[in-house]
Design a protein around this ligand. Structure first.
Ligand SMILES: CC(C)(COP(=O)(O)OP(=O)(O)OC[C@H]1O[C@@H](n2cnc3c(N)ncnc32)[C@H](O)[C@@H]1OP(=O)(O)O)[C@@H](O)C(=O)NCCC(=O)NCCS
Length: 174
């Protein structure tokens, strides 16, 4: 069963392994912030990595334009020491970019774990967490040619709203 775990020291190394599964230079959607976080994380101790995500959740030390965000690492309860992917839940979308293109939730699954329902289960599990943040509905967006992401969002109840340039905008009631 798919579970969402807040970053722990014990999962930092599996999370590094998970990120290493992606091709070099790939954008790790849902894995953290800011954009150069992998360079930062590789130069940071494991407890420092956990503190980084805790600070991001509390909105401490965020770069300009970033909002408080909870990161969950996706694991299968039967093999809880393997990080399958990551999901980022932004507490609000109070910037022009997030309101139009970014949305509340980003997610990514390591290539070796794709196509087995991980993303759909993780996104479904994230919805009550969003509700606990008083979000009645969440905005998700995906590139128009990202069929896997589109189908993930739609399978979790995403209702298409409109295009924003080349991105499809969806709302999901939590
Ligand atoms: C998008 C992504 C998270 C999907 O992860 P996943 O665990 O493989 O997804 P699931 O197995 O839960 O499948 C979800 C749906 O996508 C479909 N799907 C999965 N891989 C697919 C592919 N390569 N092509 C087309 N559809 C695909 C599944 O059939 C399923 O659709 P269904 O519910 O209609 O049957 C994963 O491909 C990924 O990490 N991509 C890179 C990052 C990314 O694009 N993130 C989203 C940013 S908006």
């Amino acid at each position: 069963m798919i579970e969402l775990i807040r970053p722990t020291v014990g999962l930092v190394q599996p999370r590094r392994t998970s990120a290493a599964d992606f091709p070099a230079g790939a954008v790790l959607h849902g894995y953290g912030l800011p954009a150069d976080h992998d360079e930062f994380l590789s130069a940071t101790t494991d407890p420092g990595v956990v503190r980084f995500f805790e600070d991001a959740e509390r909105g401490v030390g965020l770069p300009d334009g970033w909002v408080p965000c909870t990161t969950y690492w996706i694991v299968d309860g039967t093999a809880p020491d393997v990080v399958l992917g990551s999901i980022a839940l932004r507490h609000h979308i109070g910037t022009d970019f997030l309101r139009e293109h970014g949305g509340h939730i980003g997610f990514g699954v390591r290539p070796s774990a794709r196509g087995t329902g991980v993303a759909s289960a993780a996104l479904r599990a994230a919805l009550p967490r969003a509700r606990a943040l008083s979000l009645d509905r969440v905005l998700l967006t995906c590139d128009e040619d990202n069929e896997a992401s589109r189908r993930t969002i739609e399978s979790c109840g995403g209702v298409f709203e409109r295009m924003a340039d080349t991105r499809r905008r969806y709302w999901i009631a939590t």
